[in-house]
Design a protein around this ligand. Structure first.
Ligand SMILES: Cc1cc2nc3c(=O)[nH]c(=O)nc-3n(C[C@H](O)[C@H](O)[C@H](O)COP(=O)(O)OP(=O)(O)OC[C@H]3O[C@@H](n4cnc5c(N)ncnc54)[C@H](O)[C@@H]3O)c2cc1C
Length: 440
């Protein structure tokens, strides 16, 4: 028996496992391009196994929303009907010469798992800063982090009243329209980093905090401050997006502090690198992402973010039998660009890596990575959304139209089918171009 082992139960891992199962099934059934039932290479002796510590796939792109504990889907209901086996364990070592990995289960027991083809899809993690009081920083990077932030927000009404002198500290003289004249630490949140995640957190926090503050008559005292180390807020999203983002932030009364970062955090205050101290019960860190540790367990070239550099077939060069996908990998997308940390790449990377791993086992030709056009799709809270296409980020939709599109992506299209093996295998076809690549 030979086994394709996929490590990581996120977007890339789930679709890698499904795509590998799809090709194995196709070849068993004699689909053109496959080895055929009597072809010898394919047969029930080939299996696919997913190794990941949790029982659920986490819908990470929704973790900035309210009720983050609901943003998950049981892996067995996705992959079980397609015949994918699952081991609930974390991989701690990979021996690419012997083609084995070490996986530690929840009881702490380690076991060795042999693979014939390995797809590494262990995703990415937020890099937290080493500053005094960093333990007070919240994040929306993981289900645990987002759930802790949500619990913290709901506990805000129970905090002690702020001291009168806290009410006015740290407020800029020229605060944007809508910013409360007296913003207590209790209802003030500082969001660090104005990339896509920071913008989504900040804009959504306005609504989340107001909803919690409203029963206490404090909805108009909510204050959100967005801190950015670069010279301009939202700069990483490109010049065409800048005016849309600026309008959204101003419309929601979000204050921006560009050119500074956070140097210290306390339970009720955040200190910035310009020396100002903002009374704030809530601080959310969103800046800086790296590939998760297992990417470092595979030999090969890694980029500055720790991602494995894969070739056009998503194989790790010089490491036979190993493919990498999703945030654990970086692949060329054409025209001098490479994949970025995102679901929009994790899903097609996963599908192709799984398919090519199975193809190699079956003696079928591997195929090169050919992703759809790059897009950005941002939720800007009650200010709507932003949808832009291409690396030049040409703005296509804003406001309610963009928000509607974003909702369709995050609430429907990125969810894999449940309890439906045939539909999962249908969608696992790496050649499928879905409507999500171009709504306009
Ligand atoms: C708040 C937020 C908003 C986002 N918004 C968007 C967006 O709008 N659009 C977009 O395209 N992207 C967005 N992203 C990014 C997107 O979520 C990630 O790029 C995507 O989840 C990457 O998928 P992945 O499968 O590579 O990794 P992940 O989804 O991180 O999954 C990694 C998997 O590997 C497992 N794993 C980790 N270590 C081990 C180990 N040692 N052994 C076994 N398994 C392991 C994990 O448990 C997990 O199951 C957002 C992310 C966040 C946090």
């Amino acid at each position: 028996m030979s086994e394709i082992v996929v490590v990581g139960g996120g977007f890339a891992g789930v679709w890698a496992a499904a795509a590998a199962a799809r090709l194995l099934k196709e070849t068993r059934q004699g689909v053109p391009g496959g080895a055929g039932e009597t072809g010898g290479a394919a047969g029930p002796e080939h299996t696919v196994r997913l190794v990941t510590p949790e029982d659920d796939m986490v819908i990470r792109p929704r973790l900035y929303e309210a009720d983050p504990h609901t943003m998950r889907v049981p892996l067995d209901r996705i992959l079980g009907p397609a015949g994918v086996r699952r081991t609930a364990a974390a991989v701690t070592a990979i021996d690419t010469a012997r083609r084995t990995l070490t996986a530690v289960d929840r009881t702490g027991e380690a076991r060795e798992i042999a693979y014939d083809g390995l797809v590494l899809a262990t995703g990415s993690r937020l890099v937290r800063p080493e500053i005094p009081g960093a333990e007070h920083l919240h994040d929306v990077d993981t289900l645990a982090g987002a759930t802790a932030l949500d619990a913290h927000l709901h506990a805000l009404p129970d905090f002690q009243e702020d001291q009168p002198e806290d009410l006015l500290n740290g407020l800029p003289k020229d605060r944007p329209e809508g910013t409360p004249a007296a913003a207590p630490a209790r209802w003030t949140a500082v969001v660090v980093g104005s990339g896509a995640t920071g913008l989504e957190v900040a804009t959504e926090l306005v609504r989340r905090l107001r909803t919690i503050a409203a029963p206490h008559g404090a909805a108009d005292r909510v204050r959100v401050v967005l801190v950015e180390r670069a010279a301009a807020v939202g700069a990483s999203l490109g010049a065409p997006a800048a005016p849309v983002i600026a309008r959204a932030l101003a419309g929601l009364g979000i204050e921006t502090r560009a050119g500074v970062t956070v140097t210290a955090v306390e339970a009720g205050a955040v200190t910035l690198s310009d020396g100002s101290r903002l009374p704030a019960r809530t601080a959310v860190w969103t800046a800086g992402v790296r590939a998760s540790e297992p990417a470092g367990l595979v030999p090969g070239r890694h980029d500055e973010a720790g991602r494995l550099e894969v070739d056009a077939f998503l194989q790790v060069p010089g490491v036979p039998g190993v493919w990498a996908a999703g945030d654990a990998a970086t692949a060329p997308t054409g025209h001098g660009h490479r994949t970025v940390f995102s679901c929009q790449y994790a899903i097609p990377l996963g599908k192709l890596a799984g398919r090519n791993a199975a193809a190699t086992l079956l003696g079928v030709e591997p195929e090169p990575f050919a992703p759809g056009p790059y897009v950005i799709c941002l939720d800007l809270g009650d200010a709507g959304g932003l949808y832009a296409t291409g690396w030049e980020r040409a703005v296509q939709l804003t406001g309610d139209e963009a928000k509607k599109y974003k909702r369709a992506v995050t609430e429907q299209w990125i969810y894999p089918p449940l309890d439906d093996g045939p539909e999962l295998l249908r969608q696992a076809d790496h050649r499928l171009r879905t409507r999500r690549s171009n709504p306009v």
